[in-house]
Ligand binder design. Structure first.
Ligand SMILES: Cc1cc2nc3c(=O)[nH]c(=O)nc-3n(C[C@H](O)[C@H](O)[C@H](O)COP(=O)(O)O)c2cc1C
Length: 244
C-alpha cells in the first residue's frame, strides 16, 4: 500500500514586506531570531517573492495601512509549521498591528468549522484603559497591558439550536486566530474568560455586552518581544490504535 508522507517545504520561513515603512518589516523576523530570507519581487494586489537562493517562496496578499502606503506583511509558513511553532506569547513590542491585519486574522477565525450556526462575534479592543482594566478581575491577564490589540471571542448561545455547541465553535475560532497570528509573525495568547463567572461579568460590564452574549476568551496580539521554541508535547503513549 502506498505510504502517505508529508513533505515539508525546504525553507518555509516567512517574512514581511516593506515600502515605505521599512521599520516594520524586519521586526518579526528579528524577534524570531532570523533575518529576512526573501526578496520582494512584486507588490499589488498579490505579490510573489523568492528566497535568497532564488527558489520561489510563494505568494501573499499585500496589505496596506489606511493611509494606503504601507505594505505590511505576508507569510509563507506552511500550515503544519504554523501549528507546531505556535506558543503563548505574552510580551510584545510597541509596534502597531494594523486593522487590515486584524481583519485578516478574523477571516481565519470565521473560517473555523461551526456546529452551532456561527455563534460568534468578535470585539476588537485597542483602548489601553480597557486592556488594563481586565487585570482588575482576571489574575492572568497582565499581557493585555502590552498588547497592541486584543480580540474578544464571544458566543451567542441563542443563535444555534444545539445546546452546548457554542463554546466548541468559539474555541475553534480562537485556535484559528492563534495559528494565523503565528503564521503572520505575530505573538498571541489565549486569555481564558468562560466559564469563570466573575470574568464573564467583568468583561460584559467593561464592553457593554448584552447578557445573552458570553465572552469565551480574549486573544492578545502584538509583535513578539519574547522567543519560545516549539512545545514538543507529543506523547506516543497517548495514542491508542484501533481500541483503547
Ligand atoms: C482555555 C485556555 C485558557 C487560557 N487562559 C490563559 C490565561 O488566562 N492567561 C494566560 O496567560 N494564558 C492562558 N492560556 C494559555 C496557556 O497558559 C498556554 O496555552 C499553556 O501554558 C501552554 O503553553 P503554549 O500555549 O505556549 O503551548 C489559556 C489557554 C487555554 C487553552
Amino acid at each position: 500500500m502506498p505510504e502517505f508522507r508529508h513533505r515539508r517545504r525546504p525553507e518555509s520561513r516567512l517574512c514581511l514586506q516593506l515600502a515605505p515603512a521599512p521599520s516594520t518589516w524586519p521586526t518579526a523576523a528579528k524577534q524570531a531570531g532570523r533575518g529576512c530570507p526573501c526578496k520582494l519581487v512584486s507588490v499589488e494586489p498579490v505579490f510573489s517573492f523568492r528566497f535568497r537562493n532564488g527558489q520561489a517562496g510563494g505568494t501573499g496578499t499585500a496589505t496596506s495601512d489606511s493611509d494606503g502606503n504601507r505594505v505590511e506583511r505576508t507569510f509563507a509558513m506552511d500550515a503544519l509549521e504554523a501549528i507546531l511553532t505556535r506558543r503563548s506569547i505574552r510580551r510584545y513590542t510597541s509596534d502597531h498591528v494594523s486593522d487590515e491585519t486584524v481583519l485578516e486574522i478574523l477571516g481565519a477565525a470565521m473560517a473555523a468549522p461551526t456546529g452551532a450556526n456561527e455563534p460568534w462575534d468578535f470585539v476588537v479592543v485597542r483602548d489601553r484603559t480597557v486592556l488594563q482594566a481586565v487585570s482588575g478581575f482576571h489574575p492572568h491577564a497582565e499581557m493585555l497591558k502590552q498588547a497592541a490589540v486584543a480580540v474578544v471571542v464571544c458566543g451567542d448561545p441563542t443563535r444555534g439550536r444545539l445546546e452546548g455547541r457554542w463554546p466548541l465553535d468559539c474555541a475553534a475560532c480562537t485556535q484559528n486566530i492563534l495559528i494565523a497570528a503565528n503564521a503572520m509573525g505575530l505573538g498571541a495568547c489565549w486569555v481564558g474568560i468562560y466559564p469563570v463567572e466573575e470574568r464573564i461579568q467583568g468583561l460584559r460590564r467593561l464592553l457593554g455586552m448584552p447578557d445573552r452574549v458570553v465572552p469565551l476568551c480574549m486573544v492578545s496580539l502584538g509583535l513578539p518581544a519574547e522567543k519560545k521554541g516549539p512545545s514538543n508535547r507529543f506523547k506516543p503513549e497517548r495514542v491508542h490504535n484501533e481500541r483503547w
